[in-house]
Design a protein around this ligand. Sequence first.
Ligand code: MN3
Length: 205
Amino acid sequence: MTFELPELPYSFDALSPHIDAETMEIHHDKHHAGYTDKLNSALQKYPDLQSRSIEDLLRDLDSLPEDIRKDVRNNGGGYANHSLFWSVMTPHETQYDQSLEKALSEVFGDVDTFKEKFSNLALSHFGSGWAWLTLEKGILHICSTPNQDTPLMSGNTPLLGLDVWEHAYYLAYQNRRTDYIKAWWNIVDWAKVSDLYKAASTKSN
Ligand code: MN3
């Protein structure tokens, strides 16, 4: 068994004007496909590992053979991060459910303050990486990770992730990461994030 590049749940131009079609096509068909291929080739030598889930591999990097650990970290991380990224965006208007709204308000004050803090984190992250909303031991947190590192590596569950690598926005926004982040909120799939929150909080209870 090998890992497969998930299909985008919408067309390349569906998220436009917030994310343009050309960026989506290159990002999915080249970048995400590249991480997928490189992950599979790293695992080729180790058929036993191919049956493990990507979450499982990333949660336990130290248990992997040293010669592929870095490749699984970078490309497995890239594989998992982008799979989540496509799934938490949508061209349709969505609403968060009450349990997520309540949890966000408990931690951050209200949803707008959460968005502001998350945006600031995404903006101030130096270089390539991701901004995250995670569930850690039943509590919502925001954090950022460098490169393709993922909260899964620390045993936490990512609920929402924003790719701040330049390849995610440079064609349309050039150096204006602020504008990209601001536009991205228009295409967040709150229904999906609410579902992920429910699933993760059921598991951690
Ligand atoms: Mn990317």
